[in-house]
Structures are given as structure tokens and as C-alpha cells.
Design a protein around this ligand. Sequence first.
Ligand SMILES: C[S@@+](CC[C@H](N)C(=O)[O-])C[C@H]1O[C@@H](n2cnc3c(N)ncnc32)[C@H](O)[C@@H]1O
Length: 287
Amino acid sequence: MNYRHVYHAGNFADVFKHAFLARILVYLTLKETPLRFMDAHAGIGRYDLNGEEARRAGEWRNGVARLKNAAPPPDVAALLEPYLQTLGPFDGEGRPERYPGSPAIAQALLRPQDRIALCELHPEDRATLIANMGRDGRLAIVELDAYVALNAWLPPKEKRGMVLIDPPFEAPGENKRLIEALTRALRKWPRGVYALWRPIKDARDDARFLNAVAAIGAPNMLRLELDVGEAPTTSAASVPLTKTGLLVVNPPYVLFEEAKVLLPYLVKLLGRGKGAGFVCEWLTAPN
Ligand SMILES: C[S@@+](CC[C@H](N)C(=O)[O-])C[C@H]1O[C@@H](n2cnc3c(N)ncnc32)[C@H](O)[C@@H]1O
């Protein structure tokens, strides 16, 4: 396991993923009853964008830093507000004091009655995650394989909540394992909300992946994608990511309409050139 999210923290794909994560959590907390947030690939929770790795990669500059001077129209501003609240103030270059990963976003937006289950397989990252999350009685942090944890967690005793599946996609066969895990998870907890993040590098591979997910046969799968367009020319060795997607299974009923407002703005905010755009459509029919 070589992947370290600190190199990518706060990049355009994080802004996209975390803005929608915040929307889902906001919706789920409208009801008083407790819920559980389960993060199968948690990372380290909070990221220092001033640290050596983040400075070297600099991906946050084309991501979260663009929010510093953003002036979204009121409908977009209202939708972004919970995510912005988790970021706190920016420094002169557009860095939040520490960029919140998905565990920190859940920690900020969930209530005392809710529970947060985090899984991080990398032992060092898990130790950092524990330190970064601080003392919080709502937390349980395990060092397991994500799909083993998921199988153990589901269905949660609260019967409400969401799962985030956010692997690094560095292991061969990740897509196959993910689809098997989602199939099993949906059998155990068919009404749960699931958010599956993915990088989109090859259109054909991605179409195959989507077909395989649709073939699980579950309804209510929402496909959200952001393409920031042509990347500036760099060395052939490092082709930067320009497209990312989130599949949301059983999304809150408002998410489709919210995405139609948020995504065009994210294209404007984070777009870099030719080909920038978005997708907001049902992969399988809503019911
Ligand atoms: C993309 S990062 C997670 C980012 C985080 N969800 C966020 O949004 O802030 C993926 C994380 O999964 C961890 N990981 C990789 N393989 C794993 C596995 N099989 N089970 C659990 N965690 C894994 C990596 O160490 C890495 O920290």
C-alpha cells in the first residue's frame, strides 16, 4: 500500500466528493433519530496543506484554494455552506488551517446521538487518524480491510446512515472487489445510502465499471461526475487526474436537484479548460 492521500488532499476531486458528502449528511441529520456514518477507507482525517507532501504535489491549489475568493450565487452558496463550515478560514494562499477529510467532515456535521465508524488499513495512517480525530465518544476506528469491515458493520443498529467507499484504486482487482462488496452490502442493508468515489481515467474502462455496477440490479443509483477539462501539458510520466465520479445509491431524494445546481458551479470554479463538464443522471432508475 503506497497510496498517501496527503498528496491529493483538497484537490478538485476532494472538493467534489466532500461537498456532496456534506449534502448527504445534512439531509440525514434532518431527522432526530440517530444515524451511523461508516467510512470504509478513512485516510488520516485531517491534512496539513503546509506540510512537505501537500506542498510538493500542490494539488490543493486547483481545488480548495479556488474557494477562497469564490462568490457563488445564493442558491449555490446555501448548498456549499455546510462544507465551507468544515473548512474554516483560509490563509492568504487559500489553505484552510487543516483540510478536513471525510472523517472530519462527519465529525463536524453529525450530532451527539450519531455514530462514526472509520476503517483505515494502513497502520501508520490509522495511528495518525486516531490522533487527528481527538477524543470523541461517537468514534470507532478499526484497522481492517475495508470490505471485511463493511461486512461486519452492516446493517448498522441505528438502521439509518451512510457508507462511504473511497479506495485508492491502486490494487489490481479493486473494481471487482468493490462490486462484490456492494452486492453483499445491498443484500444486508438494501435501504442504506452508499457513496462510491472513483477516479475516471479511461472512458471505456469506466463504462465497463458502470455496467457492472448497474448489473447488481439495485434501483436508485445516481451518477454524479465532474470533469475539469484538459490538463496543462506535463511530462508523460505523470498524467494528472481530470475527471472524477461519485455513485450514490439510495441518495436523499433532494440530491438529484441539488446536484443540478452544484455541478455547473463546480465546473466553473474548478474547470481548467476544454472539455470541462459534468454528468448528473440516474444509472439505475429511482423508485
Ligand atoms: C482516498 S483515501 C481516503 C480519503 C478519505 N475517505 C477522505 O475522503 O478524506 C484511501 C485510504 O484507504 C486506505 N486503504 C487502502 N486500501 C485499503 C483497504 N483495503 N482497506 C481499508 N483502507 C484501505 C489508504 O491507506 C488511504 O488512506
